[in-house]
Design a protein around this ligand. Sequence first.
Ligand code: ATP
Length: 362
Amino acid sequence: MDIRIEGLCKYFTSDGKTVAALDHVDLSIPANTFFTLLGPSGCGKTTLLRCIVGLETPDEGEISIGGEVVWSSRKGIFVPPEKRGLGMVFQTYAIWPHMSVFDNIAYPLQVRKMDAALIREKVAKALRFVQLEGVERRSATKLSGGQQQRVALARALVAEPRVILFDEPLSNLDAKLREETRRELRRFLDELDITAIYVTHDRVEALALSDTIAVMRAGRIVEMGTPQDIYFNARHRYVADFIGRANQIEATVLRHEDGITLAETGMGTIACQRRELPAGSRATLCIRPEFIHITSRAAAPEGKTALEGRIEALEFVGEVYEAEIAVAGERLLARIDPDVAVRQGDTVRMAIDPAHCLLLSA
Ligand code: ATP
């Protein structure tokens, strides 16, 4: 089911101050996609999710799920959470400690007074799906964190919702388990015709899981796109910075040529991905560390910008070296392949592809 949100506002007042947790949010989420709301703490992600579920009442706007209006301030519509046909998985697994795995998963069906035989059948299917067969009689708290999160997923899926919402579901797991569970989750959902809305502040999670990411800031959606769009072609400095590490260098737009925009910086003239910014305007040049390539060639390959600099600091961080390179008055962070033999103090040549030089309005 698709979800449409129009002009959604939600205000909270505490200590005499009013905060717009949601500030005129417009959003359209196509059916059967994995959609992520990404942003720092306090930007309004959870509030938006809770408004969609019906656990929070917005102040203005409209929410439709599968073409049905479930909330509208203007039309005076409020469909209660249990009638919205949604499943939800929280950060704290929110499973009941005094109940068995079976009873935890069966709960949403028991509330609906479904026939006992049908409940057994549906719970068995959900258990098979999350690969937890054989533990249904165990107390839910006797499971590992990853297994408890799968119980929560099974409970959210047992009633066969068309939309499932996740609020930071992996944040209580340790790093390794988080990665495994993340992959499993994507695999599970790929097998279902389901729309997933996922809230996180973890950029890697967002990049790895999503079809579409919406980056939020102060109650607004700043930018939306595929993980690749957001990572490689961000339009806003805030988004480029939030989604990954980036060198940010002051620049002035010079002129536009075939498919590129030239910008003047403290490192000289740099060819950048074309952006329609007026000549003379101030901008920020954004280059990700992995796109600064050390080269032994005297001249940069055609179309790339050549730079020369001195390695001021070099750090081995596992799969690569991270180098701080002084180029004229600027400092660039670069990720260098361990096969490239360089040492601190070396002068190195670099080649930079304009496709990875983003000019963002300052
Ligand atoms: P986090 O990742 O920390 O959960 P978030 O992006 O989900 O953050 P929200 O929890 O939606 O952000 O909060 C958005 C804003 O609304 C914040 O400024 C928060 O302090 C405020 N807020 C949220 N719930 C309430 C509440 N019940 N009462 C008062 N203010 C609230």
